[in-house]
Design a binder for this molecule. Structure first.
Ligand SMILES: Cc1cc2nc3c(=O)[nH]c(=O)nc-3n(C[C@H](O)[C@H](O)[C@H](O)COP(=O)(O)OP(=O)(O)OC[C@H]3O[C@@H](n4cnc5c(N)ncnc54)[C@H](O)[C@@H]3O)c2cc1C
Length: 640
């Protein structure tokens, strides 16, 4: 077992990160040491990602006397170009810096692959590394949460918080659903691309069953081709993440008692008589000499411990604290203190394929900014530095559609999807089945013969796959997790992606920039098939060109391709679900962990069910709601 060292001003950990040492150390927010006044805080956050930043930042504003500590496994992100310049997200993804990689088990459903699901690992978590795509859930998603005995979590409660959190810098947005004064900025980004415009053009001229509009993010609109907005500040061109907009932006008067300790991993929560009184943590950096993990430290929380480690980190912290299913705890030599079999179960994500198409030389592309070559990036950097515009203030994604199938589409989706449709979608008209968008970019190595590529991404919104994540070590928070997302284990999930691939392909070949298909990024159709890959094309198909006819052999080729290619959408959630304990719940509707006191979970692990959107927005809403709950319990009535 660990020996504890309790923090005092003379026993501070040293920073293990170069990026954190490059941050200003003038305020407690940027330094990497504990409060010199002592070891006890009012509230300690285990994890400093998206949701934690919202809750801690709001609490610090509401009561600057509250002593708050955030312990984050990753490093500081303050003013670092790789985090604040939006298009650098691709670099983060390729380098794996500021990410944790979670490797799943080898799966037959994925053609023998082991899926890898990254999550954010830095101050700001996912919000500081994500693609900055702005989409919002369907109102019925939150209403479904409320029906699971979660009063106060329905759309009528959360939509006002969605307005509160954002400033929508797009003229077309309705003030009924969009905000004008919140810290998180949403805009078109630094420019728009011809690829986005062509996608909208193809959708509205060819796809007669769907409409076009300016905003599909009012929690209700679906089946509409619209511009796709971004978490980018129109005025500065900077990423609108939770770290810079809830933590690093604080005035000294609000941040004196708000402390962020980076590069440290929380091992477990410390209890006295089932009351959470602090956490134990160790350096996040694995030191080969440190076999005993003997340098564990403890910090105390007088009023509350909030576990905010995300869908992977939070269940792991609970399990190492003795909270979970006996079988999983026993395998990691952890003594069970609370029997909560739902911990680490109910893992959910979205399925993604990004399909590449050959593009005309005149097409806009983020290939230079994605290249990582600073010489190619230089002109974009100059423009961004001058006025925050251009492709560096972009994510390549300008347009999309949330798709719900027509009767004809339902035939294509086939019998495997029938029960899902009847049970989940048929009576919820605001729920899309898939989301399709264009990218002025190629998310892979550049091909040898063509320099320009655009892509079409398809994301299924409610995969039936439900996975799990559990600890493999009871003492080492750096040990890999036992993880299986179970992607594609239900054939209906494959059918949804096959339909999405076909629809996206029809759109792509009608876009003005279309010049054919990058064969390595498409199914291996028989050469004689009418569906065979088009190696090059002089231009697009017309709107009236008949759709491609696929044979059963073609469908098999698509299925095999999807099994080989499908990936995470980085939207992990659900592993400490907010629902009744008897139904496998981990937290109640006030985010309290069942069976103990003074312990809450606040992040996307609490989602009891999936949402039809990229998940940053839901993390912001969970943060705003958690703040209201905690503020009320602390008696900060002014803000409630
Ligand atoms: C690559 C990527 C691209 C994405 N793209 C988009 C997008 O374009 N649009 C969108 O809406 N959403 C996107 N998302 C999803 C979205 O960003 C996340 O769903 C959201 O940020 C999750 O918030 P969270 O608070 O639940 O967890 P996180 O933000 O992941 O925060 C959890 C934090 O806890 C820390 N932690 C974990 N365990 C410990 C421990 N033991 N001790 C200390 N710290 C710990 C982690 O390091 C992390 O910083 C993307 C995510 C990723 C990773």
């Amino acid at each position: 077992m660990f020996s504890y060292k309790t923090y005092s001003s003379s026993s501070r950990p040293s920073s293990s990160s170069s990026s954190s040492s490059s941050c200003s150390s003038s305020s407690t927010i940027s330094s990497n040491s504990l409060d010199s006044n002592g070891t006890q805080y009012d509230i300690v956050f285990a994890g400093g990602g998206t949701t934690a930043c919202v809750v801690a930042g709001r609490l610090a504003e509401a009561d600057p006397t509250l002593k708050i500590l955030i312990i984050e496994a990753g490093s500081h992100t303050r003013d670092l170009p790789v985090h604040v310049q939006p298009a650098r997200y691709f670099h983060n993804l390729v380098s794996g810096n500021a990410l944790s990689m979670h490797k799943g088990v080898v799966s037959d459903a994925l053609g023998g692959r082991a899926p890898v699901v990254p999550s954010g690992c830095c101050v700001g978590g996912g919000s500081s590394v994500n693609f900055a795509m702005y989409t919002r859930a369907s109102a019925s998603d939150y209403d479904d949460w409320e029906k699971l005995e979660n009063p106060g979590w329905g759309s009528k409660d959360l939509i006002p918080l969605a307005r509160k959190v954002e400033t929508f810098q797009v003229e077309e947005g309705s003030p009924r659903t969009h905000g004008t004064e919140g810290p998180i900025k949403v805009s078109h980004g630094g420019c728009d691309t011809n690829i986005g415009r062509e996608f909208l053009q193809a959708g509205t001229t060819w796809d007669k069953g769907r409409t076009s509009g300016s905003d599909t993010n009012d929690f209700r609109t679906i089946n509409q081709y619209t511009p796709w907005y971004k978490y980018i500040d129109r005025n500065t061109g900077k990423r609108s993440d939770a770290a810079h907009h809830f933590i690093y932006n604080k005035e000294p008067s609000q941040s004196r008692n708000l402390h962020v300790l980076t590069d440290q991993r929380v091992v477990r929560v410390i209890f006295e008589n089932r009351r959470a009184v602090g956490v134990e943590f160790i350096s996040a950096e694995k030191n080969p000499q440190d076999k005993s993990l003997s340098e564990a430290q403890v910090v105390r929380a007088a009023r509350l411990v909030v576990v905010s480690g995300g869908a992977f980190g939070s269940p792991a912290i609970l399990e190492r604290s003795g909270i979970g299913a006996k079988q999983h705890l026993a395998q990691a030599n952890v003594e069970q203190t609370v029997d909560l079999p739902g911990v680490g179960e109910n893992y959910q994500d979205h399925n993604l394929v990004i399909v590449p198409y050959l593009a005309a030389d005149t097409s806009d592309s983020l290939e230079d900014v994605f290249s990582g070559d600073e010489k190619k990036i230089a002109p974009h950097l100059a423009q961004w530095t001058e006025n925050g515009s251009g492709l560096l203030a972009h994510n390549s994604i300008d347009a999309g559609v949330k798709m719900r199938p027509s009767q004809e589409d339902l035939k294509e989706l086939g019998p495997s999807f029938k029960n899902a449709w009847k049970g989940y979608f048929a009576n919820a008209p605001d729920k899309p089945v898939t989301l399709i968008c264009s990218l002025a970019a190629h998310m892979g190595a550049p091909p040898e013969t063509y320099s320009k590529i655009f892509s079409i991404a398809a994301v299924s919104m409610y995969p039936l796959a439900i996975g799990y994540t559990h600890i493999s070590s009871g003492t080492d928070p750096r040990a890999p997790l036992k993880f299986d997302p179970r992607f594609f284990e239900n054939y209906a999930d494959v059918a949804v992606m096959r339909w999405s691939y076909k629809h996206g392909r029809e759109l792509a070949r009608r876009m003005k920039s279309y010049r054919g298909e990058l064969a390595s990024g498409h199914p291996n159709f028989p050469e004689s098939s009418a569906a065979a890959v088009v190696h090059n094309s002089s231009g697009p198909a017309s709107a009236s060109t008949p759709v491609i006819a696929y044979t059963p052999a073609d469908d098999d080729a698509i299925d095999n391709y999807l099994r080989a290619k499908v990936s995470t959408t980085w939207h992990s959630l659900g592993t400490c679900a907010m629902k009744p304990r008897a139904a496998g719940g981990v937290v109640d509707s006030r985010l309290n962990v069942y069976g103990v006191y003074n312990l809450k979970v606040a992040d996307l692990s609490i989602c009891p069910a999936n949402v039809a959107a990229n998940t940053y927005n839901t993390a912001l809403l969970v943060g705003e709601k958690a703040f209201l709950i905690i503020a009320e319990e602390l008696g900060l009535r002014k803000v409630c």
